[in-house]
Design a protein around this ligand. Structure first.
Ligand code: IMP
Ligand code: MG
Length: 187
């Protein structure tokens, strides 16, 4: 806590501790290992938010998986998504015929992922599942099936463990609710 005192000062409260996160990641990895037994899934990390979650998750999965990284940017303000996604860095390899797991940090309105899923569906994967660390179901604006989620959280703007505000706070080991004074009002 002390080493991150500057960053923790901007939080209203801690929502999920590193221990709670690690436990949930291990449990999720067990489920994926079980559900994809005999397969060689392609795990896609959606940069940058999912990178901390992704690197912890893949190391707990006991399968011959491969990794891909995709960078997308959603048009809109820093705390609200517009749903239109621009691909800044695409996959390096073809996913046709593969079992794909798309790994996200958080599903909020669902608009970015629903758009992205449509893009990936056109590439003829054998299956596509959505994996998210956090889900804010109260904020959903489009229907989206999320196959794997670690935590449902309330409607608050959170940072840490990869999640940012204005590119900062990704290096916090815990997840906290950002103090509204930092982003100037409501989420
Ligand atoms: P959606 O299209 O509204 O589901 O937006 C999802 C994206 O918005 C995530 O991948 C995050 O980058 C960002 N986002 C949504 N809520 C939060 C939050 O509470 N903290 C940090 N980023 C968030
Ligand atoms: Mg973000």
């Amino acid at each position: 806590m002390d080493t991150n005192a500057v960053l923790y000062g901007d939080l209203e409260r801690i929502l999920l501790t590193r221990e709670e996160i690690a436990k949930a990641v291990r449990e999720l990895a067990c489920r994926i290992t079980h559900d994809y037994a005999g397969k060689e899934p392609v795990m896609i990390c959606i940069l940058k938010g999912a990178c901390v979650f992704f690197t912890d998750l893949i190391r707990e999965i006991d399968l011959p998986l491969t990794t891909e990284f995709m960078s997308v940017s959603s048009y809109g303000s820093s705390t609200k998504s517009s749903g239109v996604v621009r691909i800044l860095k695409d996959l390096d390899r073809d996913i046709s015929g593969k079992d794909v797991l798309v790994v996200e940090d958080i599903v909020d309105s669902g608009m970015s992922l629903s758009y992205l899923k449509g893009v990936l569906e056109n590439r003829n994967a054998a299956s596509i599942s959505i994996v998210t660390l956090l889900d804010k179901p109260a904020r959903r604006r489009v229907p989206l099936e999320v196959q794997y989620s670690c935590f449902n959280i309330p409607d608050a703007f959170v940072v840490g463990y990869g999640l940012d505000f204005d590119e900062k706070y990704r290096n916090l080991p815990d997840i906290g609710v950002l103090h509204p004074k930092i982003y100037g009002g409501q989420a």
